[in-house]
Design a protein around this ligand. Structure first.
Ligand code: URA
Length: 210
């Protein structure tokens, strides 16, 4: 499991995460922080993009330098809180496409029900990064990634901001092939599935629906 979960302890991320957790932080600042943290995490999550050599001419002469080797990315936020991370990652990778997945778990059948799903038509040619700020029980992330896997993208990563140990355990058992990027692994889930100490309800804080 250790090899699969990357906790990004960069000082800028940790500093912003402290403000994000603070209950006095209002929606405007909360949204900005989610976006900034997502951008910084994306920097790390794209570290393995392959490079290739190219020739350019600088004002001083010819140079052999590197560019990203034609890899195509897609970001897939899980509705609704994942939307808060989209601006930040697109700031780094503006050419990426954005798919969306909305789902809930049917209380009787316990099966995931997709109420919305729109993925890029060329997803098979893309590396996908799934976005959701909170990996709590892991249910939505597990189900969303199972749905995306049916479309056979080249690779899938999962990016959140705070993860619970329970969520990581469940997620890594079902999707051992998907790397998880987060800014913190918190203590536990409480009895109603919120992460402690966490930051409360990410969607409500992003959209001001508290
Ligand atoms: N979703 C949230 O927004 N917060 C939690 O703590 C858990 C799930």
């Amino acid at each position: 499991m250790e090899n699969q979960v990357f906790v990004m302890n960069h000082p800028l991320i940790q500093h912003k995460l402290t403000h994000l957790r603070n209950k006095t932080t209002g929606s405007k600042e909360f949204r900005e922080l989610v976006s900034e943290i997502a951008m910084l995490e994306c920097y790390e999550a794209t570290r393995d993009l392959p490079l290739e050599d190219t020739q350019i001419e600088t004002p001083m002469g010819m140079a052999t330098t590197q560019v990203i080797a034609g890899r195509k990315l897609a970001f897939v936020p899980i509705l609704r809180a994942g939307l808060g991370m989209v601006d930040g990652v697109l700031a780094l990778v503006p050419a990426a496409k954005v798919g969306h997945i909305g789902l809930y778990r049917d209380h009787e059948t316990l099966q995931p029900v997709e109420y919305y799903s729109k993925l890029p038509s060329d997803i098979k040619e893309r590396d996908v990064i799934v976005l959701d700020p909170m990996l709590a029980t892991g249910g939505s992330a597990i189900d969303a990634i199972s749905i995306i896997k049916r479309s056979c993208p080249k690779s899938i990563k999962f990016m959140c901001i705070i993860a619970a140990p329970e969520g990581i355990k469940a997620f890594t058992e079902v999707h051992p092939d998907v790397h998880v990027y987060c800014a913190a692994v918190d203590e536990k889930l409480n009895e109603v599935g919120y992460i402690v100490p966490g930051l409360g309800d990410a969607g409500d804080r992003i959209f001001g629906t508290l």
